[in-house]
Design a protein around this ligand. Structure first.
Ligand SMILES: Nc1ncnc2c1ncn2[C@@H]1O[C@H](COP(=O)(O)OP(=O)(O)OP(=O)(O)O)[C@@H](O)[C@H]1O
Ligand SMILES: Cc1ncc(CO)c(N)n1
Ligand SMILES: [Mg+2]
Length: 527
């Protein structure tokens, strides 16, 4: 139903701001270089009493991504899963006081904005950002929430366009907000989203992400990213759930968190989008409130992912020379697993999969822990074949699973959004399902007959091409591939074939380093 805007009660007289007197003026803590700098996001947004969106969503999303989040409150809303029943706008001079308190005292890496309900508030924010510049500014131009409630007056549009868009590193409007910022332009299709992203870029933001959560009857959840030069269509399966309240705020604060951790923009967005998809999938049956749009659980099974190197979003070019280990070959040649992994990486392997089909769990985990040190030292991802438990235990970069192993959706729920999941596929149907389930890449084969894997149906180059053309995910070819035929494989002419996975071509040989260098040369020549 209708709700009212009102100035907060204290606006009738100046908001009393006072400065608590410091002691002897000495700085409270002595800084030394061993102090741990934790990535820091400041969110400038409204409070959502239902806690699914706004300030509360920002705090939860940042906690889930492991960064510190300070908060400047611009408004307090009486809000729940039905909609917004009331808004109490903070006087702008008190927003300014909050901004000054945080920015003058703390090292904020990234500012993220949510509900900015008045042009006066937008102006004081603009001023503060000039006085206290930060590394990145994420503007989520909250004007209309998914519930359809307007969270800002019409004059706000010019406030955003004149004062904030030119300073933004990224703006993240939903369909309705993109329309409002473009004076009512109709957005009904994905191609409308492309046009809107390009037009919004003209207002000055370095990057634009038009979110498609509310796109009428689109089967996937599609967002369009534009950086002024290239478009990226970021797709994920649409999770069937009512619990989508706050997805936009949470996406923007997750992007801010990843930027604060040092991620480049596009990988920050990919991790953020996967975070939302994973959290929605995990929360899809939770019931909070009686209204049509419930909140979701940002803190799904918080796991301490203490990673030595920063988790990066999966990079398909990692699939270029994909080394898959085999204990029987190591035994035959008297090689240790660490020696062959070191040699493969030195020879040019871009990703390693530890495949220990018959090893007992103890020695598998020991080998995995030894290999992860080597791989992370060279910043080469290490995947574990099939065994999710081993992957979790050694904090591997992900897993590769077959059609009869753990289902991808379960693996994704266990591993979280930023782990890499690869799936073995022989058919276009396998490839489509892998995409729907949230995999990062698919392994297609056996391309040629192989004795590394028993009773393995050979798909040939035609089968490989058919699967690649059907796959929305990057593909690595596998099965009987070596120096003599790798070039033929890479030249089938499909853009998402990113590399070849090999076993005996590297590991059933006297010198792994020499063989890997030769294969690397053949592949480099072929692309
Ligand atoms: N059902 C869904 N399944 C998967 N992803 C979704 C779903 N709904 C939205 N998303 C994603 O969540 C992000 C937020 O998009 P959305 O359009 O919901 O923003 P919003 O309307 O600003 O949300 P809110 O205002 O409720 O915070 C986008 O990346 C979008 O693709
Ligand atoms: C306070 C607040 N900020 C942002 C949104 C966006 O959904 C919301 N619903 N409520
Ligand atoms: Mg929103």
């Amino acid at each position: 139903g209708p709700f009212f805007f009102c100035k907060s009660s204290s606006s009738r007289h100046r908001t009393r701001t006072f400065v608590a007197m410091q002691g002897d003026g000495a700085s409270a803590t002595t800084k030394n270089n061993s102090d741990l700098k934790i990535p820091h996001v400041l969110t400038v947004a409204g409070s959502d009493s239902g806690a699914g969106a706004g300030i509360q969503a920002d705090l939860k999303a940042c906690a889930a991504r492991g960064v510190y989040c300070s908060t400047v409150i611009t408004a307090v809303t009486a809000q729940n899963t039905v909609g917004v029943q009331g808004v109490n706008i903070m006087p702008e001079d008190f927003v300014a006081a909050q901004l000054n308190s945080v920015l003058s005292d703390m090292q904020v890496d990234v500012v993220k904005t949510g509900m900015l309900p008045s042009t006066d508030i937008i102006k004081v924010l603009h001023q503060s950002l000039r006085e206290f510049p930060v590394r990145a500014l994420v503007i989520d131009p909250v004007m209309v929430s998914t519930s359809g409630d307007v969270l800002a007056g019409p004059s706000i549009v010019s406030g955003f366009r004149d004062n904030l868009l030119p300073m933004a590193d990224i703006i993240t409007p939903n369909i309705k907000e993109a329309s409002a910022l473009l004076d009512g332009m109709q957005l009904a299709t994905v191609s409308d989203m492309y046009s809107a992203a390009k037009l919004l870029h003209c207002f000055g933001p370095r990057n634009v992400l038009v979110k498609g959560g509310d796109l009428p009857d689109s089967s996937d959840a599609v967002d369009i990213f534009f950086d002024g030069e290239n478009f990226h269509e970021l797709r994920s399966a649409r999770v069937k759930t009512r619990n989508t309240h706050g997805t936009g705020c949470s996406l923007a604060s997750c992007i801010a968190a990843e930027l604060a951790k040092g991620s480049p923009m596009l990988s920050a967005i990919k991790v953020a989008k996967r975070f939302i998809e994973t959290a929605l999938d995990y929360s899809k049956d939770i019931v909070i409130g009686n209204g049509p749009q419930g909140p979701f659980d940002h803190l799904l099974r918080l796991k301490s992912t203490s990673r030595s190197c920063r988790p990066e979003a999966f990079n398909p070019s990692d699939l270029f020379l994909y080394a898959v280990t085999d204990p029987r070959m190591n035994k035959k040649w008297g090689h240790s697993i660490t020696d062959v992994v070191k040699a493969a990486i030195e020879g040019g392997a871009t990703i390693v999969q530890l495949r220990e089909k018959d090893a007992d769990t103890g020695s598998f985990l020991e080998a995995a822990q030894a290999c992860i040190e080597i791989c992370h030292h060279h910043r080469v991802p290490l995947l574990i074949n099939d065994r999710i438990d081993v992957a979790l235990a050694c904090d591997a970069d992900g897993v590769h699973i077959g059609q009869s192993d753990m289902p991808v959706r379960v693996a994704r729920a266990l591993l979280g959004p930023e782990k890499i999941i690869g799936v073995s596929c022989k058919t276009p149907e396998h490839a489509h399902q892998a995409w729907v389930d949230g995999a990062d890449y698919i392994g297609c084969g056996g391309v040629y007959p192989t004795n590394t894997k028993e009773n393995n149906l050979t798909v040939g180059l035609d089968g490989l091409k058919t699967v690649c053309l059907a796959s929305k995910l990057p593909v690595v070819a596998i099965g009987g591939i070596g120096i003599s035929n790798a070039s033929d494989v890479m030249k089938i002419g499909v853009p998402n074939l990113k590399g070849v996975a090999v076993v005996s071509a590297l590991f059933d040989r006297e010198c792994v380093l020499t063989e890997t260098k030769k294969l690397c040369a053949v592949l480099t020549e072929a692309i």
